[in-house]
Design a protein around this ligand. Structure first.
Ligand SMILES: [Zn+2]
Length: 141
């Protein structure tokens, strides 16, 4: 749920405020909050075609951080390929909650939040930008 209203599409975004969304995995073992720079419809949402995102179907928006409020112990970590991205998913239901880059040369320190798991997001209203991730992250051998 958006806790604060922010800008219309194209307006400058005040990074100090942003919009806070609540999210959960499918089984609700993992509950979290995330502050995004603006509301989802005005924010770039990425559909990556790397071998993992192809399988998970996640749509991602980028945030500086994520606050896990419940179920940190339920989160499992997965890495493949160059191991540049830590993929976090619920160990019970398997939902991909978020990913974090550990590669200083690739969106370092940012969290890719799976917007499919956020409350109050109309997936049909999202303009999805395709990202060519498959050349960087082919399937594991
Ligand atoms: Zn779960």
């Amino acid at each position: 749920m958006a806790l604060s209203q922010n800008s219309e599409k194209g307006d400058p975004v005040d990074q100090s405020t942003g919009v806070t969304y609540e999210g959960s995995c499918h089984c609700k073992a993992v509950l979290y909050s995330v502050k995004l720079p603006s509301e989802i419809p005005s924010l770039p949402v990425i559909s990556c075609n790397c071998s993992y995102c192809h399988v998970s179907g996640s749509f991602h928006a980028f945030a500086d951080d994520i606050e896990i409020r419940q179920g940190e112990e339920a989160l499992k970590e997965y890495r493949f390929g160059t191991h540049s991205i830590k993929i976090f998913f619920c160990g019970t239901c398997g939902a991909n909650v978020y990913n974090r880059s550990v590669n200083p040369k690739f969106i370092f320190g940012k969290c890719a939040i799976n917007v499919r798991l956020l409350q109050g997001v109309d997936l049909g209203a999202i303009e999805v930008t395709k990202r060519e991730g498959k050349d960087f992250y082919p399937p594991p051998l």
